[in-house]
Write a new protein. Sequence first.
Length: 76
Amino acid sequence: MGRVASSVDNALIESFWSTMQRELLDRSNWASRAQLSSAMFEWIEGFYYPTRRHTALGNLSPVEFERLHIPATTAA
């Protein structure tokens, strides 16, 4: 990463927030913060993390990437 406060320092999170805003926040309205919080959690854990492909990971989803790079544990 770059130095603190450099443009490189925030690039990944800015990309994430931009994607979440386009795909979730701009498409709905919520009656409460609890509903919004729940929708954000479901989007991140239900879609973004397990299924969305990321160019930084060679067009694999994070779950697929981890499956390839973390050895499976054997049952004891």
